[in-house]
Design a protein around this ligand. Structure first.
Ligand SMILES: *Cc1c(COP(=O)(O)O)cnc(C)c1O
Length: 391
C-alpha cells in the first residue's frame, strides 16, 4: 500500500487497466520539468497563485490568544482550492492524448471546476450527477452547461452522488481511449490520492515561504477542513517533516456524534474499502457504508483520503469533529470581524481555531487554510438561521 496499510487499487478489471494507464502517465510526468513548468504557468496566470497569506488582526483580537493567519485559497479563480487539482489532472490528460474529461459531482463544485478546466483546454466534458442533485443544484447545472459541459442526470437508485460515481465509471470503462476520469479529492484508487496531493501541495509550500517572509519563522499550528482531504493534505504536506508544527484536520460533526447525522470519518470510521481504496469508512452495524450528514456538502463524505488515515495512525495529524452550529458561528464571526465570508467547509477549520486560539499564548501562530469562499452558502445559512431569502 502507498500509505501504511491504506491506499491500494480496489477496482474491477476493465477499470484497473485504465487506472494503470493513469498511473504510468503520472509516473512519467510528475517530475518532468516541462510538465511542471506548464502546470505552474496555469497556476500563476490563470488560477491567480500564489494566494495571499493574510494576518487576521481583527479575529486575533476578538479571540484574545494566538495570532491568526488565513491562507486565502478563496481568492483563487473559481473561488476554492479545487482549481489547483483540476488544472493538474487536465494537463496530464492532454499529455496522455485524451480529448474528454469525465467526472461526477454531488453539490456541483467539482463539476464546475472540471468544466472550467475543460473549457480552458478545449476538451469535451461530461459531468454525471444524481437526478435529485440536478434539481437541487440547478444553478451549478446551468453554470456547467454555460462552460460547455454535458450534464448527465443519473436516475438509478437514490439518484445522488453514489449513483453518479457508478454511472461515470461505467461510461469511462466504455471509452477509455478518449476519456480521462478526473477525481475531485485525494481519494480513489492509486495513483489518484498521491496525484491530487502533488497538485495541491503548492498550498503548504506557499504557506512556508510566506510565513518565513512575514514572521521569520514557521507557524505553530495549521488547521484545514477535511472532506475527502485534498485541501488539508495540500496544506499539511510540506510540514510533515517539521515536528514543531501541529497539524489539525477539522471534519464534519454534523448534528452531533451521538446519532447518525454526521460525517466524522476520522473520529468514528473503521478500516474498509470505498471508491477503490482501503481507508477509514463510516459503517453501520451490518458493515454497509453509513449515510452521512453535514451542513456542508463538501465535507459530506463517508470515506477519507488514505494518506489521512495513515497520518492519523502514526499520530502526525490530529483530527477533530466540528458541529454544524459551531461551523455556522465561525462563518458569521469571520464575516463580521474580517469582512471575509468563508465557505461553510472552511468555516469548520475556522471553528477549530476559535476554540484553540484563546488557549495559546499571544506569540503563537495559527494558520487556517481558507479553502474557499462562502457566496455559494449564504442562502443555505440564512435558511439555517430561520430566514427564507427570495430571488
Ligand atoms: C470541495 C471542498 C472542500 C472539501 O474537499 P477536500 O478534498 O476535503 O478539500 C473543502 N472546501 C471547499 C471550499 C470545497 O469546495
Amino acid at each position: 500500500m502507498e500509505f501504511g496499510k491504506f491506499g491500494g487499487q480496489f477496482v474491477p478489471g476493465p477499470i484497473l487497466k485504465a487506472v494503470k494507464e493513469v498511473e504510468d502517465a503520472f509516473d512519467k510526468y510528475r517530475h518532468d520539468p516541462a510538465f511542471l513548468a506548464e502546470f505552474q504557468f496555469y497556476l500563476r496566470e490563470y488560477a491567480n497563485r500564489p494566494s495571499l497569506l493574510y494576518r487576521a488582526d481583527n479575529l486575533t483580537k476578538a479571540l484574545g490568544g494566538a495570532q491568526i493567519y488565513l491562507k486565502r485559497e478563496d481568492l483563487n479563480h473559481t473561488g476554492a482550492h479545487k482549481i489547483n487539482n483540476v488544472l493538474g489532472q487536465a494537463l496530464l490528460a492532454k499529455r496522455m492524448g485524451k480529448t474528454k474529461l469525465i467526472a461526477e459531482t454531488g453539490a456541483g463544485q467539482h463539476g464546475v471546476a472540471t468544466a472550467t478546466a475543460a473549457a480552458l483546454f478545449g476538451m469535451d466534458c461530461e459531468i454525471h450527477m444524481g437526478a435529485v442533485d440536478v434539481v437541487k443544484q440547478s444553478l451549478n447545472v446551468y453554470r456547467m452547461e454555460l462552460l460547455g459541459a454535458k450534464v448527465v442526470a443519473v436516475e438509478a437508485g437514490l439518484k445522488t452522488l453514489k449513483e453518479a460515481v457508478d454511472s461515470a465509471l461505467m461510461t469511462w470503462s466504455g471509452e477509455l481511449d478518449s476519456t480521462f476520469y478526473l477525481i475531485g479529492s485525494a481519494v480513489g484508487p492509486h495513483p489518484y490520492p498521491t496525484m491530487v496531493r502533488e497538485f495541491q501541495k503548492v498550498i503548504g509550500e506557499e504557506i512556508k515561504t510566506q510565513m518565513l517572509d512575514l514572521a521569520k519563522r514557521l507557524p505553530d499550528v495549521i488547521i484545514a477542513c477535511a472532506g475527502g482531504g485534498s485541501n488539508a493534505i495540500g496544506a499539511f504536506y510540506d510540514f510533515l517533516d517539521e515536528p514543531s508544527v501541529r497539524l489539525i484536520g477539522a471534519e464534519a460533526g454534523g448534528k452531533g456524534l451521538g446519532g447518525r447525522q454526521h460525517a466524522a470519518t476520522m473520529t468514528l470510521g473503521v478500516e474498509g474499502v470505498i471508491h477503490g481504496m482501503n481507508t477509514l469508512v463510516l459503517q453501520d452495524e451490518d458493515g454497509n457504508i453509513a449515510p452521512v450528514d453535514s451542513i456542508s456538502s463538501g465535507l459530506d463524505y463517508p470515506g477519507i483520503g488514505p494518506e489521512h488515515a495513515h497520518l492519523k495512525d502514526i499520530g502526525r495529524v490530529e483530527y477533530v469533529a466540528i458541529s454544524d452550529e459551531e461551523a455556522v458561528q465561525a462563518f458569521e464571526l469571520l464575516s463580521k470581524t474580517e469582512g471575509i465570508t468563508p465557505a461553510i467547509e472552511s468555516a469548520h477549520a475556522v471553528a477549530e481555531a476559535i476554540k484553540l486560539a484563546p488557549t495559546l499564548d499571544k506569540d503563537k501562530i495559527i494558520v487556517i487554510n481558507l479553502s474557499g469562499r462562502g457566496d455559494k452558502d449564504v442562502k443555505h445559512i440564512a435558511r439555517y438561521r430561520g430566514m427564507e431569502l427570495h430571488d
